[in-house]
Write a protein that binds this ligand. Structure first.
Ligand SMILES: Cc1cc2nc3c(=O)[nH]c(=O)nc-3n(C[C@H](O)[C@H](O)[C@H](O)COP(=O)(O)OP(=O)(O)OC[C@H]3O[C@@H](n4cnc5c(N)ncnc54)[C@H](O)[C@@H]3O)c2cc1C
Length: 448
């Protein structure tokens, strides 16, 4: 039986492992952390456990819903209508319905008409590859007009991408519009989001069990430090020792792959290192009472140090948190941003000052717990001509070492549904590349 090692036990590695195990491979996941889930893993906030980073499910998340079904968790999936807020010109406004959009004072009627047309036009584009040759900024200015660009898109892009906003292609913003528009269309025009009771901790626990049932071995605390092809097998070094596999698939960020594999060519290493990653610093706050009960409040105000306010308890039943409110305050960062140097205490002071400015009813005495999480390499930014110049290939020049990572999502946003779709696609592709696969056996038989 062919053995496959998967480096990285996030949802991508887990879904890939399940597919390959079902195909008859002997699969081992090597995960650096003491538990599975990566970006979707839970954390402790006060006395409660919830996702380290905020997660919602969309009605259009077909792969995720199929996974929840397979894991027997569909009855734990809850749907709620939610509202969206917008903080602009020092004021918080609701932007949750067409009427609110029409009366939104930051833009004139003509700007709104152009913006609305841009969104509808974007949601209908299927030939997305041509958007890769245009900068998001040029494309948005052209279709939404200069005022909507300045007042809305630029602050939103900056909030999402920091200085990378100037480098992202139009495909990046198209993917966001397509996902959100698709979700609204399925949700009968009303924004409806879902969550799994217990958060991703519940999904991951059941997924771990399922992988076990499929015969997948998962080794936690096994950070791969080197991956080398040696005499027809692949050797993975970890602090606990070496493991050998017939094939290895790497699901970790591009720059980590460049570090892990000394046998890559200089050209491959250069290409992997050239992929621009966006990082995130995200505060999780437990509050005595809600802020404004919008699931998401977008912020178009450079004075506010975080990108958005996510009130998780506008979606999840607050009784889950003893009647308190769970809020996330994300700040997306480029690798070079000086914000990385700030201590947790400095971030807490700065973020709570901003909350006091935004919400007159908020006071620091309402804060029950405050925690900061940081991830350097969260999301590969789809820069100009990304698919042609940077998107990592599945096959490397190192014999039997393959790549399946989220930087291969060129036409979607980073979310669990896309991650699962990618895992299934890669499992199918690897089915004809891995040692002992039917196609490889046929090729071998042909050569003999
Ligand atoms: C702030 C934020 C908000 C999000 N919101 C949503 C949302 O609302 N809805 C949604 O669907 N999705 C959301 N997502 C996206 C979702 O979390 C990701 O799509 C998904 O978790 C990515 O999984 P992955 O396996 O590709 O990556 P990761 O989760 O990063 O997994 C990679 C794994 O590799 C491990 N690893 C790294 N280096 C090594 C090594 N050398 N050896 C062994 N193991 C290693 C890491 O520990 C990690 O577990 C959000 C993500 C973030 C950060």
């Amino acid at each position: 039986m062919t053995s496959v090692g998967i480096v990285g036990g996030g949802l991508l590695g887990m879904a890939l492992a399940a597919d390959l195990a079902r195909e008859g491979y002997r699969v081992t996941i090597l995960e650096a952390a003491p538990r599975s889930g990566g970006l979707a893993a839970p954390a402790q906030i006060g006395e409660y456990t919830w996702d380290r980073f905020y997660h919602v499910v969309l009605l259009s998340d077909d792969y995720l819903r199929a996974l929840l079904d397979e894991l027997g968790l569909t009855d734990r999936l809850h749907w709620r209508p939610t509202r969206t807020g917008f903080y602009i010109d020092g004021r918080l406004r609701s932007l949750s319905s067409s009427l609110e959009f029409l009366t939104f004072p930051a833009l004139g009627l003509l700007d709104k008409a152009r913006l609305g047309a841009n969104i509808i036009y974007a949601s209908r584009i299927r030939a997305w590859r041509r958007l890769e040759s245009v900068l998001a900024s040029d494309w948005l200015k052209r279709w939404s007009g200069p005022r909507a660009w300045e007042r809305l898109w630029l602050p939103l892009l900056r909030a999402k991408l920091g200085n990378n906003a100037e480098a992202a292609s139009a495909a990046f913003i198209w993917a966001i519009i397509a996902r959100m528009y698709g979700a609204r269309r399925t949700g009968m025009k009303r924004e409806t989001f879902g969550y799994v009771d217990g958060g991703y901790a519940a999904v991951l626990q059941r997924f771990d069990e399922h992988l076990d049932e499929l015969g997948v071995e998962t080794v936690f605390g096994a950070r791969a430090t080197q991956v080398e092809s040696v005499a027809g097998t692949v050797r993975v070094s970890t602090p606990a020792g070496e493991r050998e596999f017939d094939d290895v698939v790497l699901t970790v960020p591009c720059a980590r792959i460049a570090e892990l594999c000394p046998q890559l060519t200089d050209a491959e290493r250069g290409r992997l290192r050239a992929v621009r990653y966006q990082g995130i610093v995200c505060a999780t706050v437990l509050l005595e009472q809600p802020l404004a009960n919008y699931y998401i409040t977008n912020i178009a105000d450079a004075r506010i140090p975080f990108t958005a306010v996510i009130e998780m308890t506008a979606l999840v039943d607050p009784s889950r948190f003893g009647g308190q409110a769970l809020v996330y305050l994300p700040k997306y960062l480029t690798q070079q941003d000086a914000f990385w140097q700030k201590t947790d205490a400095e971030i807490e002071t700065e973020f709570l000052d901003a909350l006091e400015e935004m919400y007159p009813r908020f006071g620091r005495n309402q804060v029950k717990a405050f925690q900061v999480s940081r991830v350097r390499e969260m999301l590969a930014v789809t820069t100009l001509d990304y698919s042609a110049t940077l998107l990592p290939a599945s096959v490397t020049t190192v014999d039997r070492v393959f790549i399946a990572n989220s930087a291969q999502i060129a036409n979607g946003t980073l979310n669990v549904n896309e991650t699962l779709a990618l895992a299934h696609r890669k499992a199918r592709e690897l089915g004809s590349l891995l040692h002992g696969s039917r196609a490889a056996s046929r090729a071998q038989a042909g050569a003999a």
